[in-house]
Design a protein around this ligand. Structure first.
Ligand code: ILE
Length: 385
């Protein structure tokens, strides 16, 4: 009896160990499709789906199509952990593009790392993300590479800038990371930080912070937060009379914020890791496809999510030439795929990219844009020189 049981157990184990890769090849997308973080997540879903359509139309992986499996992370850690667990153990994906927020990545990524499942972060920009583990990389350039560009641009617009106020969401890992870079850069540029104000990503009323900022007579306000909170903060700053420049961080880099701050979004300066005018053939194709479908330029979060899927497909293609993906053992493929991702070079809508030894993106060019509102709901990011 005992013997039969252990034999059964053994064969179950070896079955699990010998699990083949399913076709179409399943790639997990774990982004926020609900909650306030879906303001970013919606753009990521669009970008990922465009990649699936586009890359499958061009033969997928050596003739085998890919299939994206979506698991909604919602906006918190528990949601991201749950999505990752489902993708890893139930959907048997070869790897994961996700999650949306750095705050979620610090909780969910270690689970994939322990399971030896490659993760490509599509939008996590806090310091320390690729260092979570060997299986974690990202196509979203870190705050260290992005944030300083916005401040330099603000100084170009107004070289007389001297006194600044800094505000950040203290309950969000990305926002606290980004504000550190903003504050350091401000000091390096000889700006005088008159006040530092904290808020929560769940806040709606910013009277206290705005009053403190107005009391300092600053000529630049620097905000690190997510879309809903930052949108309301900008609106209240303007409504209560602030007239100077505003620099927003990566959490303000979505047109989903426009209906929240409305006309008050106008003029906000936001650094970009993607430009629709980037001249590579890969971007021309992506931007054309996106524009044909959505009648506007592709946003950064869509371009990065597209790039995440593309990196998986390009790396899979290399492995497929050695041995057809369907013949791989899933566990072995995940390990080999992670290695391949890290050594590859990719021609993407973000330009040509590769990864450093930690899995952080090595990207060539960055940009800065300024929001231009047409009316209370619609606007664009105008790229600056
Ligand atoms: N870049 C931020 C983060 O890493 C947000 C992502 C804005 C959508 O959390």
């Amino acid at each position: 009896m005992k013997r039969t049981l252990s034999l059964l157990l053994l064969s179950a184990l070896s079955l699990a160990a010998a699990q083949k890769v399913a076709t179409p090849i399943a790639i997990g997308i774990a982004v926020a499709q609900t909650s306030n973080a879906s303001l970013f997540g919606q753009e990521q879903v669009i970008g990922a789906k465009l990649a699936e359509k586009f890359l499958n139309a061009r033969g997928g992986v050596g003739g085998t199509p890919i299939k994206l499996v979506f698991q909604d992370t919602s906006g918190d850690e528990a949601g991201a952990i749950n999505a990752f667990q489902n993708l890893i153990s139930k959907d048997n994906v070869v790897g994961i593009v996700g999650p949306t927020l750095s705050q979620q990545a610090f909780s969910a990524d270690p689970i994939a790392d322990r399971a030896k499942v490659p993760v490509i972060g599509p939008s996590n920009t806090a310091k320390g993300i690729p260092q979570i583990g060997a299986y974690i990389s990202r196509v979203s350039a870190p705050v260290t590479a992005i944030a300083p560009n916005a401040l330099k641009q603000a100084l170009k617009i107004n070289p007389k800038l001297k006194k600044v106020a800094v505000l950040y969401a203290q309950n969000d890992a990305f926002s606290t990371s980004e504000t550190g870079i903003f504050q350091q850069t401000a000091k390096d540029l000889d700006l005088n930080i008159a006040t530092v104000q904290k808020f929560q990503t769940t806040d709606n009323d910013f009277t206290t912070q705005v009053t403190a900022v107005l009391g300092e007579n600053v000529d630049l306000v620097i905000i690190s937060g997510l879309a809903n909170d930052s949108g309301n903060l900008i609106k209240q700053l303007r409504q209560l009379g602030y007239k100077g420049l505003i620099v927003g961080g990566n959490g303000l880099n979505s047109s989903s914020m426009f209906p929240i701050c409305g006309q008050y979004c106008d003029g906000v300066i936001v650094a970009q890791a993607y430009s629709p005018t980037q001249s590579s053939a890969a971007n021309q194709l992506f931007a054309r496809e996106y524009k044909a479908q959505y009648k506007k330029d592709p946003p950064q979060f869509a371009a990065q999510a597209y790039t995440g899927v593309q990196v998986f497909v390009d790396a899979l293609k290399v492995l497929d030439r050695k041995k057809k993906i369907a013949d791989w053992d899933l566990g072995e493929l995940r390990v080999a795929l992670n290695k391949q991702i890290l050594i590859g070079k990719y021609k993407t809508p973000l330009g040509e990219l590769s990864f450093d030894k930690d899995g952080d993106i090595v990207q060539q060019a960055f940009y800065v844009a300024q929001i231009k509102m047409k009316d209370a709901k619609n606007g664009t990011f105008v790229f600056l020189k």
